[in-house]
Design a protein around this ligand. Structure first.
Ligand SMILES: [Zn+2]
Length: 219
């Protein structure tokens, strides 16, 4: 049976400057190009466009800009695609954590006790967001012990900060989403709606930069 598909999808991601596309040319031939073209979906060979590909492209685009315009400052403008605001690996995000420890949640990087911490002597010190647990893997001669990171979960992180509400019975996360928009510091009129929102409103979680911003600052 021939394929019912009428073709394949083409996805183009590019940077346009006042002088046209962002490229480096030699004798009129493009030798470096910030544009990325992929063919995702059925019939195509590539994965769907994702944050990893975007970061690789942006890094290359920065390299091309610096080669083409040495000692100049670039102003890159991104549209509000969700990929452009997404976070990198290990970024702080209260809403992807579980209420309690473990589970399928991905470990997030360590942080610091923010000003919201009610145990004043801890403010500014490192707060680990994961337990380090020993686990035995493999069998027979291949048996070995590894150290595994187990996410502590929202409740423990808030408890360590002295910010876990005890008298109020709050859900771990609002469903489908919190009624008030996230601001920092939170408006005094906003009462906490869920545990994840309390944590999201702490300085370190609120100030978490997007993967794009982190890439830019790391250069
Ligand atoms: Zn909420």
């Amino acid at each position: 049976m021939p394929s019912k598909s009428k073709g394949k999808l083409t996805h183009v991601s590019d940077f346009i400057s006042l002088k046209g596309r962002l490229t480096v040319t030699k004798n009129g031939v493009v030798i470096k190009d910030a544009r990325k073209i992929i063919y995702p979906g059925s019939g195509g060979d590539d994965n769907w466009w994702n944050i990893k590909q975007l970061l690789e492209q942006v890094d290359e685009a920065f390299n091309i800009f610096e080669e083409k315009h040495p000692n100049k400052t670039a102003v890159f403008v991104f549209d509000q695609s969700s990929a452009h605001a997404s976070h990198g690996d290990g970024a702080l995000n209260a809403f992807t954590m579980n209420a309690s420890e473990g589970g399928a949640a991905i470990p997030q990087r360590d942080t610091y006790y923010p000003p919201e911490c009610t145990k004043k002597r801890l403010i500014g010190q490192v707060q680990q967001l994961n337990w380090e647990r020993e686990r035995t893997v493999g069998k027979g001669k291949k048996k070995k012990t590894i150290i595994e990171l187990v996410p502590k979960g929202i409740k423990m992180i808030l408890a360590e900060r002295g910010c876990l509400p005890i008298s109020q019975k709050l859900p771990a996360k609002c469903s489908p989403k919190c009624a008030n928009s996230l601001t920092y510091p939170p408006k005094s009129t906003n009462t906490p709606c869920c545990l994840a929102r309390i944590l999201a409103n702490h300085e370190d979680f609120f100030r978490q930069k997007s993967a794009l911003e982190e890439l830019l600052l790391s250069r």
